[in-house]
Design a protein around this ligand. Structure first.
Ligand SMILES: [Mn+2]
Length: 309
């Protein structure tokens, strides 16, 4: 496998989060998100309630694994295969996938406090750890120094690597940023920052496309239609990049960028429990026009068969 990548699954704790982390009642079943319209209440809390006593406790035994052998290097373009990290899903107890952090270190610490990952748990990021927010180096250092955390490359890391943006504060961590994989896969799950282009086989899609795909065709920007509205698998793609009013959770796509740096929330998907966990942003670090925050009920209410096959 990709021996050049520095990451090896070891079993240690993510560093403890700040003790003043806010209280957390943001956990909700992903099924709640699929089945009803949700949004962020005025105080920043997610309006979807936490689980009720009538619902069965999620069982780790029912985790959505084994539907398919999963992605292999042969499914990918050569430049992507060279930066594909395959994670052994059985080597980890829990797996969490976190949306775009963009330098929001305090919110990341709060989210990790809510998730409380143990040493057997793996925390993955869909990229865009950096830029726009207040503490990009701090976010990169946190991920780098936690042996059970790893990110893929986002388009903002790509801009840094290509020298299209200049962030001297990131110089000390530039080598680490450069070392990040472009694709991580485990089970039938695939992490890419932007998305996959539904017009062509995955094996025809290079790094630039996987990092930036949003609308099909791309020139439609935030006007859609969006790749994740058309995509039918077989892999289940976890992505960021497109700022969403609430997480998108469907059979084949899980969108996790809930615009933390824009005053939204930082969101993680708990793979074993099939739950979404979000913490609100402490403040709005950057403004964004409403038209560039997607509210897509038609996507969110699509029924799902996770774990039922
Ligand atoms: Mn982003």
């Amino acid at each position: 496998m990709p021996g050049a990548l520095p990451f090896r699954p070891r079993r240690h704790l993510v560093p403890p989060a700040a003790p003043d982390a806010t209280t957390f009642d943001y956990v909700c079943h992903a099924t709640d998100i699929r089945n009803r319209l949700t949004g962020w209440a005025p105080d920043g809390r997610m309006v979807t309630p936490t689980r009720t006593g009538t619902e069965p406790e999620p069982s780790r035994a029912s985790a959505p694994t084994g539907r398919r052998p999963g992605l292999s290097d042969e499914d990918l373009a050569p430049e992507v295969a060279a930066r594909h990290l395959r994670v052994d899903v059985d080597a980890w107890e829990g797996i969490y996938v976190v949306g775009d952090v963009h330098g929001c270190r305090r919110e990341l610490e709060a989210l990790l406090s809510a998730l409380a990952p143990a040493e057997e748990d793996l925390v993955l990021f869909v990229g865009d750890l950096i830029r726009k927010g207040p503490d990009s180096p701090g976010v990169v250092e946190l991920v780098r120094d936690a042996p059970n955390a790893l990110s893929i490359r986002g388009n903002n890391e790509e801009k840094l690597l290509q020298g299209r943006v200049d962030l001297p504060a990131l110089d000390p961590v530039a080598d680490y940023v450069e070392s990040l994989p472009v694709v991580i896969s485990f089970g039938d799950a695939v992490l890419v920052h932007g998305g996959v282009d539904t017009r062509m086989p995955l094996s025809d899609q290079g790094i630039e496309r996987l990092l930036n795909t949003r609308s099909i065709p791309p020139e439609n920007g935030y006007d859609g239609p969006f790749w994740f509205d058309e995509y039918e698998g077989p892999e289940r793609v976890f992505f960021g990049h497109t700022v969403l009013d609430a997480p998108v959770v469907t059979d084949h796509a899980v969108g996790l960028d809930t615009g933390c740096v824009y005053g939204g929330a930082l969101t993680a998907y708990d793979y074993r429990a099939d739950e979404v966990v979000s913490v609100p942003a402490y403040e709005t670090y950057k403004s964004r026009p409403d038209r560039k925050v997607l509210d897509l009920p038609g996507v969110q209410v699509r029924p799902t068969r996770i774990g039922a096959e």
